[in-house]
Design a protein around this ligand. Structure first.
Ligand code: 6PG
Length: 244
């Protein structure tokens, strides 16, 4: 697996770097394969980048008609809830660009959690090519929690990651929530995974994630190792260096 760490000066530069990367990868995938299959992340960090993609000049440079968007994880709440990852992406990005509604593939949170996970797994399967048993995303965006979680892959839960999409209870920052999340079985088929990490509060988790000690139960992001793809850590100086 090819791993690279790219350090940006601050969170603004980080957002710009990712937004430009997304646009470039989208163009290339559409040119080469006719479509761009991307997974968006929740959390606050990507919102700046989503807003940049919603504005000129990037908005015009992305071939939105051929972009398909999926969500790496989602809370089991309505799409109109402010905490919904789909809602946040819609407000920051989707409602400002010309992406067809049928290209948006949010988790169907009106279903019961286990049904929603099953339905999402079927959606993913329907985007797999004939020779594949799982979809091969062109780009997966992930975040990093300061407890080391990524998507809704939480510490001490790796025994649960047995299907490409599962239901889990994630307690983060004191708020337990039922979540539907893709697991490494789905993420690791991707061509490229990008982790976006910003702020001094993430420094410890980032150092552990990139460190020598390998333990997916303590550091869930270490389970992200694409079988035939690359991992790019886009981080800002504060996340890499912590408070100086
Ligand atoms: C979510 C996420 C989650 C997130 C991290 C980092 O649904 O909340 O997908 O894994 O990426 O918690 O979140 P921040 O960007 O807000 O720090």
């Amino acid at each position: 697996m090819n791993r690279e760490v790219l350090i940006s000066e601050n969170s603004e530069a980080l957002a710009k770097t990712f937004a430009e990367h997304f646009a470039k990868q989208a163009l290339q995938a559409v040119e080469e394969r006719g479509r761009f299959l991307a997974v968006l992340s929740g959390g606050g960090t990507p919102l700046k980048a989503y807003r940049l993609l919603a504005e000129s000049p990037l908005r015009e440079s992305v071939p939105w008609q051929d972009v398909h968007l999926f969500w790496g994880d989602e809370r089991h709440i309505s799409h109109d809830d402010l905490q919904s990852n789909f809602y946040q992406a819609r407000e920051a990005l989707l409602k400002h660009v010309n992406i067809p509604e049928e290209n948006l593939h949010p988790v169907q949170t009106h279903l019961q959690p286990d049904k929603a996970a099953e339905a999402y797994e079927e959606t993913l399967l329907s985007y797999a090519e004939a020779s594949q048993n799982c979809v091969r995303f062109d780009l997966v965006l992930l975040g990093l929690g300061n407890d080391g979680h990524t998507a809704s892959l939480f510490p001490s839960q790796s025994a649960l990651w047995k299907n490409p999409v599962i239901v889990t209870e994630g307690s983060y920052q004191g708020r337990p929530a039922t979540r539907i999340t893709m697991t490494p079985l789905a993420f690791n088929q991707a061509r490229e995974i990008v982790f976006l990490v910003s702020g001094a509060g993430k420094a410890e988790a980032l150092t552990a994630a990139l460190g020598e000690i390998r333990d997916v139960d303590r550091f869930p992001s270490q389970s992200i190792e694409p079988t035939d793809g690359s991992v790019l850590w886009m981080v800002d100086k504060d996340a890499r260096e912590g408070e100086q």
